[in-house]
Design a protein around this ligand. Structure first.
Ligand code: FRU
Length: 514
């Protein structure tokens, strides 16, 4: 099936819409409260942010675009927000890049990706959204894949080129979105997510020689989980293992219905499978679906390849659906820090902060080796607004049952607890005594390590990211402390914790918090 080539159905008034959005964002910035606003994570200056989009490196700068509702701190009409950086840690806020137009993207510029085309221009592919009945989202929607090209080397201004792929005409397909494009052996490929009429989640593959007219090749994935009715934000990329062989990683963000309660809010899971891929044979999975992140707040990640060959991923720290205290502060949502995706020596996929993150380190609070006894606890830092903690724990000589860190501990006695359980090998992020917001816990069981546990923890004003054992497991969660200084405390129960190496760094801000 050959799809439509360029269909310029979007006479555009984006310029006006972008200016209006910018004005609103600036007003929102003035009234924003900053008690939990991130110092080193990417967030919108006000309003709502979701998926990372259009991740790219172009003319010497890193670009992160993102799903943005400039008008309210909840999901709504989608724009593409934009930040750029020369070093991946210090960011510049750019003008809103894409706004809903008057045609196929009238009700939203949904998620998509970026590539540098054969003429050296940055091109973005995204989904145009239109509600069938603008007053009733339950009436359904039309989604098509669209394209825009950057007009300047800073990739701030875009020319929309229109629709390139529409759903097959003989079937109604409401969920048809999130194009991810790459080039392989001289040919352009695209995948996007689909929710079929039979409520199956699929990923479709296309190819193109000119980047404009696309040929449907095949369905490369259908989710076997009967509760999954749509897979969003697919991504597919190769990684090399220690022997130099290539494996392929297929990423997807599943939307799952609750069979017991069809009206319940959709449950979502972002994961990946490892296998083989070729455009001819499609994707053959060799693993089951594994979660990218075991924290409370992670969804819709996107990756891209850096010029030096690294595979870099950002995720969206999806707000807790029940209670997001930041809404009253005028903002909602942030991205994770950038992570490098690699295969470890055993061939397992692992994710670690990019090495550039070390550039944010400001002061090192000396700690060295430490013996933590059940009493008294050890305060590592009296007030940590933004920091990084590195800990190597000797499990052989430690006698604790559960030990770890109290994070965002305030004078009223609230904190979030990160502990490792020596018997069950579980890493637990427990928000039950947290200051504000959702109070649930998340647990991940680590591979049984003989003698050492290594933790790397990033603490921002409203969130925590934990990387265990060189990226074997990650947990990303919001944490909204109460008022006053936010201490960082080492704690151990049932015996001692022997820390062979502990470093605490304060981190400077990324340039976006002001
Ligand atoms: C994932 C998602 C995408 C869609 C976008 C809309 O969070 O639902 O599938 O393109 O968000 O904002």
């Amino acid at each position: 099936m050959k799809t439509d080539s360029l269909d310029r159905t979007c006479p555009d008034d984006s310029e006006k819409a972008i200016n209006r959005a910018e004005q609103h964002l600036r007003r929102g910035r003035v009234s924003r409260r900053d008690r939990w606003y991130p110092l080193f994570h990417i967030a919108s200056q006000s309003g709502w942010i979701n998926d990372p989009n259009g991740l790219s490196y172009y003319h010497g700068r890193w670009h992160v675009y993102y799903q943005l509702n400039p008008y309210e701190p909840v999901w709504g009409p989608m724009y593409w927000g934009h930040v750029s950086s020369s070093d991946m840690v210090t960011w510049r806020r750019e003008r809103v890049a894409l706004a809903p137009g008057e045609g196929d993207d009238k009700d939203g510029v949904f998620s998509g990706s970026a590539v540098v085309d054969d003429n050296g221009n940055l091109c973005v592919y995204y989904t145009g959204q239109r509600w069938l009945d603008p007053n009733n989202s339950r009436a359904g929607q039309t989604q098509v894949q669209m394209m825009a090209r950057a007009l300047d080397p800073n990739a701030v201004h875009f020319e929309k080129l229109g629709r390139i792929i529409a759903p097959p005409q003989n079937q109604r397909m409401d969920d048809f979105r999130d194009p991810k494009v790459w080039k392989q052996d001289g040919i352009w490929y695209m995948i996007h997510g689909v929710g079929t009429a039979q409520q199956k989640g699929q990923i479709w593959l296309y190819s193109s020689r000119d980047m404009i007219s696309w040929t449907f090749l095949k369905v490369i994935f259908e989710d076997k989980n009967p509760d999954v009715f749509m897979v969003e934000c697919p991504d597919l990329f190769p990684l090399k293992n220690a022997k130099g062989d290539t494996v392929w990683v297929l990423c997807l963000s599943e939307m799952r219905r609750d069979p017991q309660d069809p009206d319940a809010e959709t449950n979502v899971v972002a994961g990946y499978m490892v296998g083989d891929f070729s455009p001819e044979t499609g994707f053959q999975s060799k693993t089951s679906l594994r979660k990218w992140d075991h924290g409370h707040n992670f969804y819709a990640p996107q990756s891209f390849m850096a010029p030096d060959g690294r595979r870099i991923m950002y995720g969206w720290m999806k707000p807790d659906s029940s209670s997001m205290p930041t809404i009253e502060d005028g903002w909602n949502g942030q991205l994770t820090i950038p992570r490098e995706v690699r295969l470890d020596s055993k061939g397992n996929v692992c994710t670690l902060p990019v090495s550039e993150m070390a550039e944010l380190r400001e002061n090192e609070l000396q700690a060295g080796s430490l013996l933590v006894q059940p009493e008294p606890e050890i305060t590592l830092c009296e007030d940590l607004q933004a920091g990084e903690i590195i800990m190597e724990i000797d499990l052989e000589t430690s006698s604790f049952h559960q030990a770890g860190l109290k994070i965002h501990a305030t004078a009223d006695g609230s904190y979030v607890l990160l502990t490792y359980d020596k018997e069950t090998h579980q890493l637990i992020l427990d928000r039950s005594r947290g200051g504000n917001g959702d109070r649930s816990s998340r647990i991940v069981e680590l591979d049984a390590v003989e003698n050492e546990l290594s933790l790397r923890v990033y603490v921002d004003r409203g969130s925590i990211e934990v990387y265990a054992n060189q990226g074997e497991a990650v947990l990303s969660s919001y944490s909204f402390p109460n008022e006053g200084p936010r201490s960082l405390i080492l704690t151990s129960s049932g015996g001692n914790m022997v820390i062979t190496q502990c470093q605490v760094f304060t981190l400077r801000d990324n340039g976006l918090a002001g």
